[in-house]
Design a protein around this ligand. Structure first.
Ligand SMILES: Cc1ncc(COP(=O)(O)O)c(C=O)c1O
Length: 488
């Protein structure tokens, strides 16, 4: 134990921390676009440590060198800021975490922190698992959590197979998430958290977040929200009372489609029945330094920087793509081959009024173009084709401009049929609960001009009952065998 040697590092660390806090305080005075553009990377830092590089550098190194044993001991004991080993922390990852913490906390007094993960799914696992450990005082007592049945298919599988089936952690499903009494009826003393997707992928279901978060706190448990579809440009759940936000950063945050990434953003001092002071004091930092250090699900530096670069333009993209999506949804709504359109921006959507209380383009009141708060509903929508699955496949196969892929959030328009892709594994019963019929197409509208997307939809809808569409092939492009013609 080299306490004397360590003291100089502790003193330097406390000066560095004060400097960092001051930089963050200054950034917190800036508007959303400035935060998204600069994050926590300052000119001073660039000049002092990064050869003046104006863009955050990519630190690919696995590990950090120390001057001597004293510095290493202080660092590995988490007594000074360090990145030590990239499974735990890394400078490039730190810049991504810093900007996401700021953006999710934007507009509120709440202090937030963030840990970036390798995917949205690992963010969900990281955000939920620490609350599901068995209570040392009550060994053998069954643990449960209450979550909406309408969730992304991967989340459905993680909850129903990995947690419920394999670990006997009961998932109590909320089927009508607008019904507060249904949420409350499922909570008991063994419930560890409430969870919901807002809005949900792909049905765009929506619930009254403030009311549900208040309910969670009444029972001393945290409210966790997957806010991937909204992004902090349109909704910041922590400001509305949530304790933890999970993001599939892969989606609209990192719109270019170059990386898989996730994040957990939490408020400091959250409520939980788990008797663990560091967990409650700063959940994301606790995750980063302890459980995720041991489990290893964190992001790579390269992916962190790719995501960081896309985040700078988040607000303007979400604005434009939301406006385009509304136009596309209005077109589909009046089309005689379309049975139904789910988009929260449509005035006749049953959840339009509720969503309009929550979903606003951040800073629109400070924007010359708007000058007041304007609602924006994101770029995800779904619609159902008249005539069942067969006709739905015909329309889907006829898209020429819209990409057929199990993806969303892209700068390019992308569509999928959830029943045969994202939500296929949960089976018919699971799809019924989650509200996924076989004739649903999920469409995420990109940054193209909406007229061109409407034209593509119009020609695709016109093929119903007509000539079959010729599908390119039989080239096989998975796994790199792009030019191999099957069958010789
Ligand atoms: C709402 C939502 N949450 C989480 C995920 C999982 O994210 P990832 O693919 O980054 O693991 C997805 C993926 O589609 C999603 O749509």
């Amino acid at each position: 134990m080299s306490t004397n040697g360590m003291n100089q590092y502790l003193r330097a660390a406390s000066r560095a921390l004060r400097w960092q806090q001051e930089c963050q305080r200054q950034m917190k005075r800036c508007r959303f676009d400035t935060m998204a553009t600069h994050g926590i990377y300052s000119m001073q830092e660039a000049l002092d440590f990064n050869q003046g590089s104006i863009i955050e550098p990519i630190y690919m190194s696995t590990s950090q060198a120390y001057r001597n044993a004293a510095e290493m001991e202080a660092a590995l004991g988490y007594q000074i800021p360090t990145w030590c080993y990239s499974r735990i922390a890394n400078p490039s990852i730190y810049y991504l975490e810093g900007v996401l913490a700021l953006l999710e906390g934007y507009g509120s007094e709440v202090e937030t922190s963030c840990i970036a993960t390798s995917s949205g799914m690992s963010a969900i696992q990281s955000a939920t698992d620490p609350f599901l450990s068995s209570d040392p005082g009550k060994q053998g007592t069954p643990v449960n959590f209450v979550a909406t049945a309408q969730v992304y298919g991967g989340t459905y599988q993680q909850f129903s197979l990995r947690k419920q089936q394999e670990r006997q952690v009961e998932w109590r499903k909320v089927v009508h998430s607008r019904n507060l009494a249904e949420w409350e009826s499922l909570i008991d003393e063994n419930t560890r958290f409430l969870y919901g997707e807002l809005p949900n992928n792909p049905c765009l279901s929506f619930f009254d977040l403030k009311a549900v978060a208040t309910l969670a706190h009444k029972y001393g448990i945290p409210m966790i929200v997957d806010s991937t579809v909204a992004t902090p440009a349109l909704l910041r759940p922590i400001e509305q009372g949530a304790d933890i936000v999970v993001q599939s950063v892969t989606k609209s945050l990192a719109t270019s489609g170059f990386c898989i990434a996730g994040a957990v953003i939490s408020r400091k001092n959250l409520v939980s029945k788990i008797n663990n002071a560091p967990l409650k004091a700063d959940f994301a930092t606790y995750l980063k330094l302890l459980p995720n250090r041991d489990n290893g699900p964190n992001i790579s530096p390269m992916n962190a920087v790719l995501a960081l670069n896309d985040i700078r333009t988040l607000r303007m993209r979400m604005d434009q793509m939301s406006r385009s999506t509304l136009k596309v949804a209005q077109f589909l709504q009046q089309h005689n081959k379309v049975e139904n359109v789910d988009y929260l921006g449509l005035e006749n959507n049953a959840l339009h009024n509720l969503a309009s209380r929550y979903m606003f383009l951040v800073d629109s009141e400070h924007d010359d173009q708007y000058g007041s708060r304007v609602n924006r509903y994101g770029h995800l929508m779904s619609f159902r084709i008249k005539g069942g699955a067969g006709k739905t496949h015909e329309v889907f196969d006829a898209f020429k401009r819209i990409w057929r892929a199990t993806d969303l959030g892209r700068i390019k328009s992308v569509a999928t049929i959830p029943a045969i892709s994202t939500h296929s594994q949960q089976g018919k019963e699971g799809r019924k609960l989650a509200g996924i019929p076989p004739n649903m197409i999920r469409l995420c509208v990109g940054a193209e001009h909406p007229d061109d997307i409407i034209r593509d939809l119009d020609q695709a809808l016109s093929v119903i009952g007509g000539k079959p569409v010729r599908v390119a092939g039989p080239e096989f492009s998975a796994g790199g065998a792009s030019s191999a013609r099957l069958g010789g």
